[in-house]
Design a protein around this ligand. Structure first.
Ligand code: HEM
Length: 424
């Protein structure tokens, strides 16, 4: 293992960003993990790929998220006027995903009540109805693209209803959300290929911001039993959260609440189509969805990487991380580390699974119980109702997103879609 910049390391990063690797980045990840921790071009960005290193940093008290600790200005945070657009700090950077304690603790606590396993379990009938409704519509149309017709509509409907966002606004939200999800992608200083246009990015940010401001105004006038109204009550009751934090929290929940789960449902469906005996088991044994989901989260995780900044130096075996360094943890590579998972390239729902797909430590995914339930219901309803599904193309196309990676479409052929009541 070496930590010195080697001629091979820039190739790793370019490979990560290269859209040609999006469908199957795993051979690249294997090579990166074999190489060991990489310091890009001798600069302040370190990439970690082993399970041990990623887990250690995720739990490390000096590994923080607030940008002010970074020695480099990070990512696209347009603070200047862009082609006449109003100046903007990206709303998301105000959300608690990018805040350290004590702000992180205060904001996360306010939202956590909506995501306890008990509250989430109570959503089962509604989520089942949404999944069945999506499959009914596909049956009527006579064609099924798993992404457009099931994996996307299910989590976006659930998070809109939870937040109190009218579903008819979904087409606008979809555009803004997809664009802003790209701000989570790593960028190479040299190339602008595949990067969203900064003017478009600022516009999407401002429009989403204005949208939630308007909705918050309406809910102030006429409160409801949704999460937005609950957050407004917290805002009004004192210093629990500021107005900007309220807007940023809505943006975070909207984006995190569906851009990820879409990919989990899509990736799990692809894995099942490629391992048909598991699909057959799922059709008859409902409880089998949980291990399929955990194995998908390991084998093909919806969130491929997460960043941190070293507030103080961090020593790992084989690399010294300096204060101010940016740390990129490739969770998708750690999840296939052969030191932790036997035959990591094999899809095996029966394995013991300690994947890192939801992160670890303080920022562990708040929506994990909801994501698991949505995926469980979607896969079970799919397996029971869709007869003899087959992929209608050799390999599905992938979205450009690096961090929130997933297929753009999964067109299927099948012999029929059973009615919801006749699926057994
Ligand atoms: C399969 C689906 C999902 C995956 C793979 C996923 C993954 C993750 C990961 C890896 C993190 C940690 C980020 C970090 O450490 O920097 C995270 C955080 C978060 N996730 Fe998820 N997520 C999923 C679904 C959801 C859903 C459905 C929601 C909400 C409805 C949600 C809300 C959040 C929030 C609010 C955070 C920030 C937590 C914090 O900073 O304390 N996620 N998620």
């Amino acid at each position: 293992m070496t930590t010195a910049p080697s001629p091979a390391t820039p190739g790793f990063f370019a490979g990560l960003l290269d859209p040609a690797n999006r469908a199957d980045p795993y051979p690249l990840y294997d090579r990166m993990r074999e190489h060991g921790p990489v310091r890009l071009g001798g600069g302040p960005v370190v990439v970690l790929t082993s399970y041990r290193d990623c887990a250690a940093v995720l739990r490390h008290p000096a590994a923080v998220v607030e940008r002010r600790h970074a020695s480099l200005p990070l990512g696209p945070t347009p603070t200047h006027d862009l082609a006449g657009e109003r100046a903007a700090e990206l709303t998301g950077t105000n959300s608690f995903l990018f805040r350290d304690a004590p702000d992180h603790t205060r904001l996360r606590r306010l939202v956590a009540k909506a995501f306890t396993p008990a509250v989430v379990r109570g959503m089962t009938p509604r989520i089942t109805a949404i999944a069945d409704g999506a499959l009914d519509r596909a049956a009527e149309r006579g064609r099924l693209d798993v992404v457009a017709d099931l994996a996307y509509p299910l989590p976006i409907t659930v998070i809109c209803e939870l937040l109190g966002v009218p579903l008819e606004d979904e087409p606008r939200l979809r555009q803004w959300s997809s664009m802003l999800a790209r701000t989570l992608d790593p960028v190479s200083g040299k190339s602008t290929t595949g990067r969203p246009d900064p003017v478009e990015l600022v516009r999407a940010n401002n429009e989403l911001h204005d949208y939630f401001e308007q909705l918050a105004r309406e809910r102030r006038r006429r409160p409801s039993d949704d999460l937005l109204s609950a957050l407004i009550r917290a805002e009004e009751s004192g210093d629990a959260l500021t107005h900007e934090e309220l807007i940023a929290t809505c943006g975070l929940l909207l984006i995190a609440g569906h851009e990820t789960t879409v990919n989990l449902i899509a990736n799990a469906t692809l894995a099942l189509l490629g391992h048909r005996h598991h699909l057959a088991i799922l059709r008859t044994a409902g409880a089998f969805a949980a291990p399929v989901i955990e194995e998908t989260l390991r084998y093909d995780p919806p969130v491929q990487l997460v960043p941190r900044i070293a507030r103080d130096p961090i020593a790992l075996p084989g690399i010294e991380i300096a204060a101010g360094d940016m740390i990129v943890m490739l969770l998708a590579a750690a999840n296939r580390d052969p030191e932790v998972f036997a035959e990591p390239g094999r899809f095996d729902p029966a394995r013991e699974n300690r994947h890192l797909a939801f992160g670890l430590g303080q920022h562990f995914c708040l929506g994990a119980p909801l994501a698991r339930l949505e995926a469980d219901i979607a896969l079970t309803r799919f397996a029971r109702r869709v007869r003899e599904p087959r992929l209608d193309c050799e390999r599905p196309p992938y979205r450009e997103h690096v961090t929130l990676r997933g297929p753009a479409a999964i067109p299927l052929s099948y012999t029929g879609i059973l009615p919801a009541s006749g699926d057994s």
